[in-house]
Design a protein around this ligand. Structure first.
Ligand code: ZN
Length: 80
């Protein structure tokens, strides 16, 4: 009987840790596997296809975290 109580406590603690670590994904880290992510060539942040600002360069699709980075990238190309 005692064993079951410890198992229950262990389970509750496990759920607490799980709840705390889950949710927000740090921007600099690749998102959870299964979700496709792209690296912003300007600031190096990983963005999901859903959140990305998509730019094009020579037929290539580029994914940016924001319009700001897209503009910076375009500026760099122009100044080349
Ligand atoms: Zn960026």
């Amino acid at each position: 009987m005692k064993f079951i109580i410890w198992l229950l406590i262990g389970y509750v603690v496990y759920q607490m840790f799980k709840g705390r670590s889950g949710g927000e994904i740090p921007a600099a880290q690749p998102a959870e596997k299964g979700e496709e992510t792209f690296r912003d060539p300007v600031c190096g942040v990983y963005v999901s296809a859903e959140d990305a600002v998509i730019g094009r360069h020579e037929g290539e699709r580029l994914h940016f975290c924001s319009m700001e980075c897209l503009e910076k990238y375009q500026e760099r190309l122009e100044n080349k």
